[in-house]
Ligand binder design. Structure first.
Ligand SMILES: Cc1cc2nc3c(=O)[nH]c(=O)nc-3n(C[C@H](O)[C@H](O)[C@H](O)COP(=O)(O)OP(=O)(O)OC[C@H]3O[C@@H](n4cnc5c(N)ncnc54)[C@H](O)[C@@H]3O)c2cc1C
Length: 472
């Protein structure tokens, strides 16, 4: 590999493609923004940051980098929690921030065509104005990009009823590491025409190609919703109740779990840091809560489903079930849930895990996580999209020494992953592998499967330039 910053000719070529204004080379302070994401305290400085404006520019950059074997890391909003957008081998970061246009919302076909640098919430709101619904809803929606969501196959609370990002993508425009531009599929609802390259690209964490255009399918926006908040005397009871609600025949559009520590830290953060306190008391005996959302178009049906849920919860002697009556109460509950991750991170450096198990095994998992924490000397908060078995575990550094943080705690994480796999689960439900979970990949994925993945990578990226050292 050559040190590209010293290569005057290369830098001139990059400048002639994107323009001096959209290139960072020697400004270390400006480049620092592109050296980290939201994963722990990782920092990897790129040599150069390029901000292309269109597909042709991306293609030209990749052709040059491929010819010179220069590592390239695609970057979206930089909110990733597994280090996917970090230039671990230096080289070029391609920031997709100028790909920020919604190109078309097709109300006739319930489809949309967008650039990958559009912020998720802006897209959600734009389609909502037309009565349409884009359900993937990561808590980072105010800052993450749709391209990054595809990179990680993002989920969020509504995945439990509506599925994840991959369920809404019909077709992609992609620039391959060699610089060739392809479309992966067609803008149709059914497609049995060869291998599904669209789905292969989603969740590939920017290792197979750079997405430059996305064709989404959409749904009609549900007109009504009901939100309940149920309290429990233990995390295990809360997790057990989740399966019982499904067994009673109800499919909520959100089923979020928060343990007591998450709630307390988030309330404090909202009051003291964001100065927007939420008006929610929790009893001393409460150890966990479920935030349950039902949506649809018929209020009567939703109220019947809510009654069924309350009947299920009666069996747990879990205390009161609150109905969020007003929009303000609903917004407060979601605000609380969306801010758990920033709240815990403002309290302590964390390692953030994103495991997923069949939902019936969640009670066993939450017990084991606390036991493993005791054994390896760390505290953790647990919360997440528990309706689909997806639990976020934020392990807090607090007063743990750097040596233990990088040694003993990592061993404990390995033990959690081992338990997750024994319970029929896997390492990541929506945050991806990146660099943070890479050392554990072989616990969940066999060598045969890993070799298939390595083979696919080689076909797409013969010189191994695109987002090297990620996933496996
Ligand atoms: C507070 C907080 C809450 C979060 N909540 C959720 C949640 O509820 N659900 C969830 O799923 N995630 C959540 N996340 C994680 C994160 O927001 C998601 O992984 C998100 O999808 C990342 O998007 P991004 O634009 O920030 O991508 P980045 O972090 O910039 O990149 C992510 C990956 O995508 C690749 N990539 C980016 N753009 C492209 C492109 N155009 N073509 C090819 N590859 C590309 C990158 O190389 C990288 O591997 C949360 C994060 C935070 C900080």
């Amino acid at each position: 590999m050559i040190s590209i910053i010293e290569e005057k000719k290369l830098i001139e070529q990059f400048e002639s493609i994107v323009g001096a204004e959209y290139m960072l080379t020697h400004d270390e302070e400006a480049k620092h923004k592109y050296a980290h994401d939201e994963t722990e305290d990782y920092v990897f400085m790129p040599d150069v940051v390029l901000k292309p404006a269109n597909t042709e520019e991306v293609s030209q950059i990749l052709k040059i980098c491929n010819a010179h074997h220069i590592p390239v890391t695609p970057r979206g909003g930089g909110t990733g929690l597994s280090g996917g957008a970090l230039p671990v081998k230096k080289g070029v970061v391609i920031s997709m921030e100028r790909f920020n246009k919604i190109l078309n919302i097709d109300e006739l076909n319930l489809q949309a065509c967008v650039e990958p640098g559009v912020i998720t919430e802006i897209f959600q709101e734009a389609v909502k104005e037309k009565g349409l619904f884009y359900p993937p809803d990561p808590s980072s929606r105010g800052t993450c990009f749709l391209g990054g969501n595809l990179g990680e196959n993002a989920g969020g609370p509504k995945a439990v009823k509506y599925g994840v990002t991959r369920d809404y993508v019909l077709n992609l425009e992609v620039v391959l590491p060699t610089g060739e531009i392809i479309h992966t599929g067609a803008n149709v609802l059914k497609n049995s025409t060869g291998y599904n390259l669209t789905q292969l690209m989603i969740g590939s964490e920017g290792t197979l190609g750079i997405i430059t255009k996305i064709y989404f399918k959409l749904r009609p926006y549900p007109r009504k919703d009901v939100i309940l908040c149920a309290s429990f005397r233990s995390s295990e009871e809360a997790c057990e109740a989740i399966s019982k609600i499904y067994m009673a025949g109800v499919t909520p559009s959100g089923m979020e779990f928060v343990d007591r520590d998450s709630i307390e830290k988030t309330k404090k953060y909202l009051a003291e840091v964001l100065h927007t306190p939420v008006n929610m008391e929790i009893g001393e005996e409460v150890q966990a809560q479920l935030i349950i959302e039902l949506d649809g178009n018929d209020e009567e049906v939703l109220m019947k489903e809510a009654e069924t849920i309350v009947e299920v919860l009666d069996n747990y002697g879990s205390g009161e079930v609150l109905f969020a009556d007003s929009k303000q109460q609903k917004d407060e509950l979601w605000k609380l849930r969306r801010n758990v991750s920033p709240a815990v991170n403002s309290y302590s450096l964390t390692k953030s895990e994103d495991v997923v198990v069949p939902r019936g095994n969640l009670p066993a998992l939450v017990t084991d996580i606390k036991e493993i924490g005791k054994e390896y000397g760390f505290n953790s908060v647990c919360y997440g999209h528990a309706g689909d078995g997806n639990l976020h575990i934020n392990i807090m550094k607090e007063n743990i020494s750097d040596e233990d943080w990088n040694g003993k705690v990592n061993e404990g994480i390995g033990k959690i992953f081992q338990r997750v796999v024994e319970l029929g689960g896997t390492l990541s439900g929506e945050h991806g592998i990146g660099i943070a979970k890479r050392p554990y990949m072989s616990m969940a994925v066999s060598e045969v499967n890993l070799n298939l993945m390595r083979g696919i990578k080689k076909v797409f990226d013969p010189n191994g330039i695109l987002n090297p050292d990620k996933i496996f």
